[in-house]
Structures are given as C-alpha cells and as structure tokens.
Design a protein around this ligand. Structure first.
Ligand code: TYD
Length: 224
C-alpha cells in the first residue's frame, strides 16, 4: 500500500488551526481517504500524559532545555505509536501543531537555541518531516481575542480549568509577536514544505484556501 501523507497545521493562539484541521479531514474523507487526526503536545497515551505536565500553569520553574526535552519525549512517542504506523498503512495524518511549534515557541519566542532544536529534530523527527505544513497567520492581538472568547465559552460547559490560560497563552504581547515572526521565518526557510494562509478570513474562506493548497501540492485525488 502507498504511504500516506503527513500534514501539520501551525500558528499562534486563536489562529483557528483546530477548526481547519477538522474541515480538512472532512474534505479528505469525502474523497475516500483514510484520515487520522492528532495533535501536539499529545497524540498518544504517553504523549497526552506529558501534555498535561507541559501545559500545567502551576509547574515549578524549569530550564528551556528540560522543557524542550519533554516536548521531544512526547513527540518521539507520538511518532512511534501514532504517526509512523498510520502513514505506513497509507493513512493521511493531520496533526494540530508539530515540531515547528517548538522552533517558534521555545526557539524564536523562548530561550532555546536553534542548534539544540536541530539536534533533537534530527534524532526524533528524522525522516518523518511533514509533507505539507499549513501556517495560519494572524495578527496576535486578534488571535488572543479569539482565544479569550473561546475560553469564556468553555467555562459554561467544561471543567473549570478550561477558563484559565495555559502556560503559553498567558504570556505578554511581545511573546506572541515573536511567535508570529518565528512561524513566518520557518515558512520562508522551507517554501517547499510550508504554505502561509491568511487567518483573518472567515473559517469557510480559510478552509477553501487550505483545500486549494492541499490539492495543488499533494494531489489527494490521485491516491499517491
Ligand atoms: P493547545 O491548547 O493545543 O493550544 P492551541 O489551541 O493554541 O494549539 O496548547 C498547546 C500549547 O503548547 C500552545 O500554547 C503551544 C504550545 N506548544 C509549545 O510551546 N511547543 C511545542 O512544541 C508544541 C507542540 C506546543
């Protein structure tokens, strides 16, 4: 069986990645493809346990390196138990955030040097680079407003913690500006893999733009 395709979605807070991941999955399934939706941090039982640690706003202070190692520990397990087996079966994998998030959050906007990220990436991700990365770009101010609005809605029906910003959402505006720059730099440096999508449009327009890029770059109808 042909190997599946690996698509990642990236962007700052409130960029609408999760909605777009779902809309893309619907379109791919409609043409008969077998789609796996997953996310980072998380995406496997062990990865999800590490997610709870990584996003816990009450976590004691720790170094940028120890945090990066945890993200990559979760990523290694996610690749081994979810992503690679799915691709090997010819399934299409849509992942909400992946290694570019580490480069933008812990690298450009954080304190981790790119050499360390490159080393971890070579060890953990190795050949399993995404076939396509959709970078949803949005003014961070608009993104944070959306993320806040989403949290307000969640308080009504989810557990209480849903109303609090996680460790990354709660940061200052300069952090979110740096994040945006980080993602745009990655896209500029990897034009064959990445496509930047304007996140200012409504979800339907963004989804149409995503679909035309996916069709153009990966030819999903041809069952490659
Ligand atoms: P999540 O609730 O999934 O946020 P979003 O809806 O914005 O995707 O939480 C994931 C958080 O983890 C998000 O703030 C980004 C951060 N993160 C990193 O800092 N580094 C990483 O490598 C990954 C995968 C995520």
């Amino acid at each position: 069986m042909a190997i599946g395709k690996f698509i990642t979605l990236e962007g700052g807070e409130g960029a609408g990645k999760s909605t777009q991941a779902e809309l893309l999955a619907v379109r791919l399934r409609a043409i008969g493809l077998d789609v796996v939706m997953t996310r980072e941090p998380g995406g496997s039982p062990f990865g999800e346990r590490l997610r709870a640690v990584l996003l816990d706003a009450t976590m004691p202070e720790h170094s940028a390196l120890s945090e990066a190692l945890l993200f990559y520990a979760a990523r290694a397990d996610h690749l081994e138990t979810t992503i690679r087996p799915a691709l090997a079966k010819g399934r299409w994998v849509i992942c909400d955030r992946f290694a570019d998030s580490t480069r933008a959050y812990q690298g450009t906007a954080g304190a981790l040097d790119f050499k360390t990220i490159d080393t971890l990436d070579a060890l953990v991700v190795a050949q399993t680079q995404p076939d396509l990365t959709l970078m949803i770009d949005l003014d961070p101010e608009v993104g944070m407003q959306r993320a806040n609005a989403r949290r307000c809605l969640q308080t009504n029906d989810a557990e209480e913690t849903a109303s609090h910003p996680d460790r990354f959402e709660g940061r200052a505006a300069a952090f979110h500006e740096a994040l945006r720059r980080g993602f745009l730099d990655i896209a500029a440096n990897n034009p064959e893999r990445c496509a930047v999508i304007d996140g200012n449009n409504d979800a339907e327009t963004i989804s149409d733009n995503v679909w035309s890029i996916v069709k153009d770059r990966l030819q999903p109808g041809e069952r490659k």
